[in-house]
Design a protein around this ligand. Sequence first.
Ligand code: NOJ
Length: 561
Amino acid sequence: MTETLATARQLPTPDETWWRQAAVYQIYPRSFADSNGDGIGDLPGITSRIPYLAELGIDAVWLSPFYPSALADGGYDVDDYRNVDPRLGTLDDFDAMTQALHAAGIRLIVDIVPNHTSDRHEWFREALAAPKGSAARDRYIFRDGLGPDGAAPPADWVSTFGGPAWEPVGDGQWYFHFFAKEQPDLNWNNRQVHADFQQTLRFWSDRGVDGFRIDVAHGLAKDLGQDLPSQAELDATPKDGNHPLWDRDDVHDIYAGWRTVFNAYTPARTAVAEAWVASDRRARYASADGLGQAFNFDLLEADFDAGAFRDIITFNLGLAAESGSSTTWVFSNHDVVRHATRYGLPARNGDTAKQGSAWLLSGGTVPRLDAALGLRRARAATLLELALPGSAYLYQGEELGLQEVADIPAGQRQDPSFFRNPGVDMGRDGCRVPLPWTRAGASFGFGTGDAHLPQPAWFAESSVEAEDGVADSTLSMYRAALALRSRLQAAESLEWLETGREDVLAFRRPNGWTSITNFGTDPFTLPAGEVLLASAGLLPGSLPGSLPGSLPGAATAWLQL
Ligand code: NOJ
């Protein structure tokens, strides 16, 4: 069956708009499928699972970094941007994977990490070996330390992962890193840096890559004089386009250059910005003369609440219209607690900095997780998402309804944010545990040996094998939803429908495809129409013989009206 699917879905060529309403599936390659039993997922592992991806019904894969890396930050510390980590395969394996994805009708987006290299990158090695003031050091952000012999850091800045953001190199100079110390920030005022990244974009585009996900897209441009502000001053500076470090207006000059590279291909290569900026500044990243699309994390940061969802959807559709782009929707990725778990924890009420962190710190015991409610809400939210105009970015394992793994022992954790914030941040390993493919066997079918992060026993019943062909499984719901989504695809707009209830949201796409979500607990009587799919079993109608019945709480139904 999968063979037929794989050959039936050929890519329409050339299609310049494929990305606008694509369902994109994020693969965190080291945790997806391990073909050689070394405990680390790899590219041949991905290729072997393409029939699964085709059957799932996604339009594109977004591949997190697969480049050579010491894994100081899960691969976001890149040693060489134009190669494959030998533990993950070779360039030939990459080409084989790309061709097989395309043959299955699936496009490929790769992650580009332009804000920083790893400290093992040849440029950084050269910079360390070169003297102060050299051209090699100018590719990074070096400054003299303060005090006698430059023994004190140039500023008291704190890194995003905690701890100091400046690291001494032993000769009185220090380098800046937004993230881990193994991730020195590049100097985007240096022309060589621009030229080299454009070469990288061409390198992967020439190999057939369809698009790029741009890591920390709002961090590249920096304006640092010799007198650096304090962390308190930085914190007090508005992020209005002139902040010394974040979301500067001049970052878009970089992307204008990249757009020229993208548009030299047919179809034009696409890009999506990872930019955690204020919502009203997102449109610049998504403009047609820039990256073209930007992640919108507003729903990811919201509680499961009808009013919040409605406001966010309306606002973001407006923003998309303003930029000429399509909007994007995300509930889970490799950086946040999985949404099936978030929704089973107490509401955050806007305290997004603490997404699930208290629960993770307790090893998953306090507060009590209502995993069943979390999954039920996650399924409802996902069906709502997949009916919205715009692109949906899905994270590997959410189609299995996976929960976060909270109780990974400290000795087996990998995320630098855990090590740099002892006792304060448990890090992101819990959403990066290798996928369970089978109920039993070494690493639940992920590979033939142990997985690089420990998998809990409960993964067995969330495995692909356990859910495959089971009518009410989360996997079956995702497959059905994605198949319907591609069949029902409509113009990029929606009309809100009056439901008479504040906790019930309903919208209709121009072709009559209608999504209704009950965020509350009281059943909601559905209007007459054909029910296409529901995230939970419907209840009998309140009137004898009435059709199609009632939508229970924490559930979504799709109807054709
Ligand atoms: C954002 C990525 O999603 C995250 O995983 C990474 O740690 C940082 N950028 C630094 O590259």
